[in-house]
Design a protein around this ligand. Sequence first.
Ligand code: SF4
Length: 331
Amino acid sequence: MSSVLKIKDLSIDIKKKKSNVNVVKGINIEIGKKMKYGIVGESGSGKSLTSLAIMNLLPDALQISEGSITLRTENEKDLTKLNKRQMQSVRGNEISMIFQEPMTALDPLYTIEHQLLEVLRFHTNYSKKEMREMGLDMLGKVGISRPAEIFKSYPHQLSGGMRQRIMIAIALICKPKLLIADEPTRALDVTIQAQILDLMNELSETHDTSILMITHDLGVILETCERVAVMYAGQIVEESTVKDLFQNPTHPYTQGLLKSIKSLGNRRETLYSIPGNVPTPIQYQEMGCRFVTRCPFAMEKCKTQEPSMYAVGEGHTSKCWLHEEEGKDHE
Ligand code: SF4
């Protein structure tokens, strides 16, 4: 597969004086051209940290301890090796990101025009007139009527849906090869959510942009993505096409997640939730399988031995001892 982004064996640690604490471990992901790839997991699973690592925006207390993040656009580069200045020319230009909450991501002190055209000012040499035309055109593409009027507005004058459209316009105006969308519809109501997801799908087609969708919501994955990685406690536990994952989930955590969605649709059933709590990073270090305290199929060896990622089907892998026999070690 010709990929735009390849993450290999990525691990992230919390820096500590004595010894670092691992929070994200052994992430392997490959995103093809124009592919829509999802990472799904609950809060604290490491999905947002993975996306921040790609953008080189990890907080100071964290560091990449292992692995590579290869971006293939005009040339090929390992993002973990770039310095600050080199990374600034990648961000907003080759990779863009849409954050969860548009109100905090947009600067309340500047007009939409200023914020939208700032990316062009930084990355291109277009004239003022050309940039203005491109900005107005982009606002039209994200479904904003009266773009000239919106240009003069400040973020607080716009609705949540409008602000999220502006964020998408800012992210796409330089035609990036990869768009990372971290819970892009979390703060929006359901009808606006659907419009924003449709819009992202449409724009990724017309701009040849691959999308990495980060979400806790399997419904969003189903609607937008082709492949998916399920993350739990800082690791990918299952990876496959979206169709396979929904038809044949193999990891007990994924099975629990899907069961909780299905029970939502059946009023007679008691709402299912996976028992127990996600372990803390300090607890991970002592565990074999990180899901062991919540897994209905846990065996003795799960407590002390970490399972490999086993192939359970064509392009489908699962990190669980239950698949040791059927699947060969994929790592
Ligand atoms: Fe459950 Fe063991 Fe599989 Fe972990 S490795 S998911 S504890 S059966």
